[in-house]
Design a protein around this ligand. Structure first.
Ligand code: B12
Ligand code: SF4
Length: 447
């Protein structure tokens, strides 16, 4: 049994980038880099059952030697690995690319079983009613994928595999639900196998560094309820926490990666876990550069802990500021204040930690709103700030609120860099204003 797992290419649609002037251009994200943690977990779940190959199309396209298109890369991989099953991972902006991959698979060999998994299958399974998809695998479904491989190997019907949906001409047919929800941080934790990524190691670098970076999660999900966010709907509003010793074990395997970014939605500082983890990191002499997403209110509530994290290697914190106005923050249910943003910046700087703050720009902003945001961001000592566009990700509370006003339905544009509403300013002017914000910066690197 051969299984091929494919990470789709990123969407190339970036309205902010295409309207940027030269002073802002170098600071706008063209791409985020990072190994596909979900696929590596799926690979680890089935490697004892079958032969596995992973194709990271993002990594492949980032290799300076690559000249092939995503379609050619898929065709070559099908030829080389002769898979019986092909799986893809999906987020909203890569949904169309994932379906394109499965269409190529279907056209090359209709007998290959095609499986779609990942965030977008969890939030919007109905989007997979397409002829090129055989099975939809929502949720933290690495162990479920192992059941699929076992069923295909034993030639038993897929209808006996719990927790999936089978795509039939009459619609998606859900199989029996799982006996209990998957806890991918503990009971059903599977350590991602990064060995499949050797070929693309040189492409996983951030911020001008030549050291490869990897992602590692210490928790999954989030207990907060920000209206625009995909993560709490993905995990039914819960945050699942991993044990510190399990993370230490994983860290000790990451010899290829001097830089480790926590893939957590936001790492919790309030329950003693991170204190224990960084205690062990220091005791064991684990020497890494850590990058972490933290909430501003958590930073303000735990300044002593931030000092300890800095001693343990925390160098960069990514912080969703979202807005400089308390009323907007409360509309988003963000439950932080503009004052906490200021305090968080001070605490991180006092500990020598670089901060990347991200603002969400609504399509309703007028020229005065842009000026006010530029003034606030410019008055700050934040080293780096990002300005993305408030986007109604399908499956979120904000999508339900705003769907009547959406004018752009092409999911390729749902990556926070495009406007999917008719903005208050003319569209070109709106993009130009957002792009100009990126030139307000205090640092000289892109992080
Ligand atoms: C790591 C990460 C990345 C990495 C790796 C992505 C990848 N393909 O793995 C990189 C850096 C490349 C990335 C990029 C982007 N990302 Co990102 N990313 C994340 C992050 C931080 C963690 C995801 C993760 O690894 N989770 C842990 C793994 C284990 O879970 P998982 O991926 O869900 O996988 C499990 C299941 O879903 C399932 N599964 C997954 N795939 C498959 C496949 C099969 C076949 C099966 C059976 C099962 C299965 O099994 C896995 C294990 O159980 C999340 C935020 C978060 N904290 O969740 C955002 C997030 C997923 N990213 C997001 C976005 C928007 C982006 C960008 C578009 C951002 C941008 N503006 O550019 C870019 C896209 C590409 C680009 N422009 O470069 C959004 C997605 C929103 C949405 N609804 O689509 C999120 C939720 C962030 C957010 N706050 O909104 N991202
Ligand atoms: S934006 Fe951050 S804090 Fe808010 S729900 Fe999402 S992950 Fe949680």
């Amino acid at each position: 049994m051969n299984v091929l797992l494919i990470n789709p290419p990123r969407s190339l649609h970036n309205g902010i980038l295409s309207h940027a002037t030269d002073d802002a251009l170098p600071f706008i994200h063209r791409k985020l880099i990072g190994p596909p943690l979900g696929l590596l977990t799926v690979a680890a779940a089935v490697e004892h059952l079958c032969e596995i190959a992973v194709l990271d199309i993002k990594g492949e396209l980032d290799l300076p030697t690559n000249t092939a298109s995503p379609e050619q890369l898929v065709r070559e991989a099908l030829e080389r690995y002769r898979p019986d099953i092909v799986g893809v991972t999906t987020i909203a902006s890569e949904h169309n690319a994932a379906l394109d991959i499965l269409r190529v698979v279907r056209s090359v060999d209709p007998h290959i079983l095609t499986v779609a998994g990942g965030l977008h299958t969890t939030l919007c399974p109905q989007d997979y009613r397409d002829d090129c998809v055989d099975v939809v695998c929502p949720g933290q479904s690495a162990p479920i994928f192992a059941d699929i491989v076992r069923a295909v190997t034993a030639a038993t019907p897929l209808t006996e595999v719990c927790g999936i949906a089978i795509n039939r001409p009459e619609g998606l047919q859900p199989t029996r639900p799982l006996p209990h929800p998957v806890d991918a941080t503990d009971r059903e934790f599977i350590r991602p196998n990064r060995e499949y990524l050797k070929r693309w190691l040189s492409t996983y670098v951030v911020g001008g560094s030549t050291d490869p970076a990897t992602y590692l999660f210490s928790s999954l999900g989030c207990a907060h309820r920000c209206t625009f966010c995909s993560i709490w709907p993905q995990f039914d509003g819960r945050q699942y926490q991993r044990r510190a010793d399990s993370i230490i074990e994983e860290l000790e395997t990451l010899t290829d990666y001097p830089v480790v970014r926590f893939a957590d939605a936001n790492t919790r500082l309030d329950d003693g876990f991170i204190d224990r983890l960084f205690g062990q990191i220091v005791d064991r002499g684990i020497d890494k550069t850590f990058i972490m997403d933290l909430r501003a209110d958590a930073i303000v509530a735990h300044p002593g802990l931030i000092e300890k994290l800095a001693r343990g290697g925390l160098k960069v914190v990514i912080c969703g500021f979202e807005s400089f106005r308390s009323e907007e923050l409360s509309t988003y249910h963000k439950s932080i204040t503009a004052r906490q943003i200021d305090q968080a910046v001070e605490i991180l700087h006092a500990n020598g930690i670089m901060i990347r703050g991200n603002y969400l720009v609504p399509s309703t902003y007028t020229a005065d709103d842009f000026t006010a945001l530029a003034d606030f961001a410019g008055s700050h000592r934040v080293a780096y700030a990002g300005y993305t566009i408030l986007t109604p990700m399908p499956g979120t509370a904000y999508f339900d609120q705003a769907r009547g006003a959406i004018v752009e339905w092409n999911l390729d544009k749902y990556n926070f860099f495009n406007c999917v509403f008719e903005p208050t300013l003319p569209l070109e002017a709106f993009y130009q204003q957002v792009a100009a914000l990126w030139a307000i910066r205090k640092g000289d690197q892109v992080i």
